[in-house]
Design a protein around this ligand. Structure first.
Ligand SMILES: [Zn+2]
Length: 247
């Protein structure tokens, strides 16, 4: 027995399971993160295998049986995000976002803003100009998305004032264990140093729509500082590192 439900989601990851099946990790609008079993999708005759690739935004029919994983019984594409998939630079930016989502949102718990954020992020990745090059970890769109996810998780960096003494000027760094900026007088050795450009850049990324992130004109120092803060926040709050950020 069991029941069948319809849900909209973004496939974040997919891995082989048995001879012909795959397990999908999907971030859904209604239920947050779920795991689902897609049977037979590695056979060339599969009806919907191609629609279940990572980064696909899909409508799924899920059969919830007695086991822990739902089974996919139908899939239709909302957006394949083909441009993101077909360009190596775009793909590497998209995979940073997918990994961040997987690490920060592990529960089956509805968070519609997080769902909206991943769909907007992937649309913005689709729109990255052809021929863009560089390290995806330093891409302003990837950084802006991760800062917004940290904010949605309650771990956003507080950079308006020193978290120790409240001073609003002369901020020199980010203190991971306190989750915010510190002034020179309050900065212990583990402080991640931040330039004025870095502080301004992180503010701008948090305030701007994702689609504008790459147009903010952030310099090398600003994106390096933003990356250092994101990495330190992951380590301090989640105890993890993203593989895609060390590439
Ligand atoms: Zn201080």
């Amino acid at each position: 027995m069991g029941r069948t439900v319809k849900t909209e989601g973004v496939v974040l990851r997919s891995f082989r399971f048995g001879e012909a099946d795959r397990v999908l990790h999907v971030y859904t609008r209604d239920r947050g993160r779920i795991g689902a079993l897609a049977k037979g999708v590695r056979k060339t005759t599969s009806r919907f295998g191609a629609r279940l690739e990572p980064l696909s935004h899909v409508e799924l029919l899920l059969h919830q049986g007695s086991g822990e994983l739902s089974t996919v019984t139908g899939a239709s594409l909302v957006d394949a995000h083909r441009p993101a998939r077909e360009d190596p630079y775009r793909l590497s930016v998209a995979l940073v976002g997918a990994e961040a989502m997987l690490r920060l949102f592990v529960e089956e718990e509805r968070n519609e803003r997080a769902f909206e954020a991943i769909t907007r992020f992937l649309s913005a990745v689709d729109a990255i100009e052809p021929g863009a090059r560089g390290r995806a970890a330093l891409d302003p769109l990837a950084l802006g998305f991760q800062l917004k996810l940290l904010w949605l998780s309650g771990y956003d960096p507080h950079l308006e004032a020193c978290v120790e003494c409240g001073e609003v000027t002369g901020l020199v760094g980010y203190l991971p264990r306190a989750g915010g900026a510190v002034c020179a007088a309050c900065s212990p050795p583990e402080t991640v140093s931040l330039s004025p450009e870095g502080l301004r850049g992180i503010h701008a990324l948090l305030r701007s729509p994702l689609a504008d992130a790459r147009g903010l004109g952030l310099g090398e120092r600003a994106v390096r500082d933003a990356l250092a803060v994101v990495v330190a926040a992951y380590e301090a709050h989640g105890g993890f590192r993203l593989r895609t950020l060390s590439a």
